[in-house]
Design a protein around this ligand. Structure first.
Ligand SMILES: *Cc1c(COP(=O)(O)O)cnc(C)c1O
Length: 491
């Protein structure tokens, strides 16, 4: 079962330019604009390709075929929930009544939009067991940052100087970053032998300087922190807040909730669990839910309902203010709301059950050929290690990820969480069939048992672009035509 990605002309559209004398439609004579624009802004010509629409469409469609996406294959990127996102959510969020609403419109003319936001907030409260939600933050990390500002405002208001945030070493990298950006000193504690929070280490780390403990449950190893209530008492005992990184709610929906686990603040990634693709470069949404005592600090405006009408309320003197212009990424909110309604409480619960089942099934099928650092049952994701493969054959987690592409599967998350050596973090999600999981398991086994390790080390072979220099690509990103030209002119 091999896979072959399309290979097309790899030149940029700008490099193809010049082959046509096609006139760009709508191009104005610069003179015509003089009346409107200041002279300094008027340009003689724009550096745009001039080619027929047909060529432009062909260029971009071919380009898309040289890439990999959630819609053309399994994308088991652990922690990221790259599941299939139903198309009805796209259709609904593209309706003119959604796409053409303007944030400056009068409240009376957007009652439907406000109602949708209000109801989505209530639904997220229900799912998370929190008392109120803000929809403003635009990403998971942004939600964390908002949560940290809320924790700060809360402690400041009670006159307490708390300047530290504690995180476990299995935390997603954005947790310590968000805490540091909000001005906190970050204290990292090691996980216990079982991959969970080490209660003794936690006790030793918290004090009257602790503002919050940030943790995700199930944690990034896919293990449910069964002692979470004890964790909560330790944190609350010293007057600190418990923060739930709910980027990925795929194992939890309808089964339990951060509220039931005694959390005080939680963020959601609507662009993981709730029908918007993650990591596609598009907008996301990272709503934040809180307990009653933190409600006064939530960002403004809040959507309120009064006598059947909806309006935006700004009068909250203790609010941390706005964390984003307007009201959040509205189209993402519409997708999430339609997904939640379409699934219903039962459907969300089933999605979680299926996600957990799929993950444990794959774990079971892989555990004899890959090392499994922690043995227990997993939730929506699990982590295997390529330590033995590296020692015996010189094949690293990165190589396995690259080789998977040759079979039409995207790589899992690699080298995270950092407490596992040569980690492959696999999250199959609930949207894959058993056939797909079986194919993936077969391929993973085949790669581990490959006679010629060089085939794996030099993969991928069947993609339009072969092994890239990732360090160079990350450090010298050329993301615009102008940067490309500067680069090539320099030589
Ligand atoms: C994805 C993720 C985040 C960050 O979300 P972004 O929207 O990418 O900023 C935070 N924590 C965990 C556990 C995640 O998986």
């Amino acid at each position: 079962m091999m896979y072959q990605q399309a290979k097309h002309d790899r030149r940029l559209i700008m490099e193809k330019d010049g082959s046509s004398d096609y006139e760009v439609p709508f191009a104005h004579d610069a003179g015509e604009l003089d009346d409107f624009a200041p002279a300094s802004l008027v340009r003689e010509a724009l550096d745009l390709p001039s080619m027929p629409e047909r060529e432009v469409v062909k260029h971009y469609v071919n380009l898309s075929q040289m890439n990999f996406c959630v819609d053309n294959g399994l994308y088991p990127l652990g922690s990221c929930t790259m599941k299939f996102n139903p198309k009805y959510a796209d259709v609904l969020s593209s309706m003119p009544s959604v796409a053409c609403v303007h944030p400056y419109q009068d409240e009376e003319s957007v009652q439907g939009s406000l109602e949708l936001m209000y109801r989505l907030e209530r639904a997220l409260c229900e799912i998370s067991g929190m008392d109120a939600v803000t929809l403003q933050p635009a990403a998971g990390a942004h939600g964390e940052f908002t949560g940290m500002l809320l924790a700060k405002a809360y402690h400041d208001k009670s006159g307490e100087l708390r300047d530290q945030v504690v995180v476990p070493d299995s935390a997603h990298g954005t947790n310590p970053s968000s805490a540091a950006m909000a001005g906190f000193e970050v204290i990292e504690i090691p996980s216990g032998q079982d991959g969970c929070v080490d209660l003794e280490a936690l006790k030793a780390a918290v004090s009257d300087r602790t503002a919050a403990f940030m943790v995700t449950n199930p944690n990034t190893l896919g293990i449910f922190e069964s002692q979470i209530r004890e964790v909560a008492s330790i944190v609350h005992e010293v007057g600190a807040l418990l923060y739930y990184d709910g980027a990925n709610l795929n194992a939890v929906m309808g089964k339990t909730s951060p509220g039931a686990m005694d959390f005080d603040i939680v963020h959601f990634n609507l662009h993981k669990t709730f029908a918007t693709p993650h990591g596609g470069g598009g907008p996301g949404a990272g709503p934040v839910g809180v307990r009653e005592r933190l409600v006064p600090f939530l960002p403004v405006p809040r959507v309120v309902q009064q006598e059947g009408r909806y309006r935006l309320e700004y009068d909250h003197p203790d609010s941390i203010g706005k964390v984003r212009m307007f009201y959040g990424n509205f189209a993402v909110l519409v997708r999430a709301y339609s997904y939640i309604l379409r699934k219903g409480a039962d459907g969300l619960q089933k999605a979680s059950e299926r996600a957990v089942l799929n993950s444990n099934y794959l774990k079971h099928r892989l555990q004899d050929v890959y090392d499994l650092p922690f043995k227990d049952l997993r939730k929506h994701e699990f982590v295997v290690s390529c330590k033995r493969l590296k020692e015996e054959k010189g094949v690293r987690a990165l190589d396995v990820g690259k080789r998977l592409l040759d079979y039409g599967f995207h790589a899992p998350t690699i080298y995270f969480p950092s407490l596992v050596e040569e980690a492959l973090m696999i999250e199959p999600t609930e949207t894959e069939t058993k056939q797909t999981l079986d194919q993936f398991a077969e391929v993973m086994r085949k790669i581990a048992l490959e006679d010629d390790p060089e085939v794996v080390r030099s993969a991928p072979h069947n993609t339009s672009v072969h092994r890239v220099d990732e360090v160079y690509a990350a450090k010298e990103a050329i993301l615009s035509w102008r940067a490309f030209k500067r680069r090539t002119e320099k030589g």
